[in-house]
Design a protein. Sequence first.
Length: 112
Amino acid sequence: MSQIWKLVGPDGKPYASAVPGTLGGHQRNRIYGRLDCPAALRAIARGGYVTHRVFFSTEEDARAAGYRPCAVCLPGAYTTWKTQQDGISETRPVHDPRRQVSTRRSYPQNHG
C-alpha cells in the first residue's frame, strides 16, 4: 500500500498525489518556500502554523495558485517576484490626487 499526499495544484485546489510535495506553503499568508526553510521551521516550532500548511510539487504550481516566494529561503525568487509587482503593495495605498481628503472643516454659510 503506497502513501498519498495532499498537494495544492495551479488552480489553488487540493489534489491527491502519489509523490510528496517539494515545497511547503502557508495558506493564509500565501507564501511558499523550501521544506527546510528556517523561518517556516521556527513558525512550526511555535505552533499554529501547521494547521495552515500546504504543499506544492513545483514553484510554477505555487505561483499559479497565487502564492509568493519566501524571502528567507528563496531570496532570488522573492526579489524577482517583488520587482514584478511594479511597486504596488496590498498594504500600501495607491496615491491618487483625485481622492485626497480635505483636512479643512466646512461650515455652512449664513446668508441671512
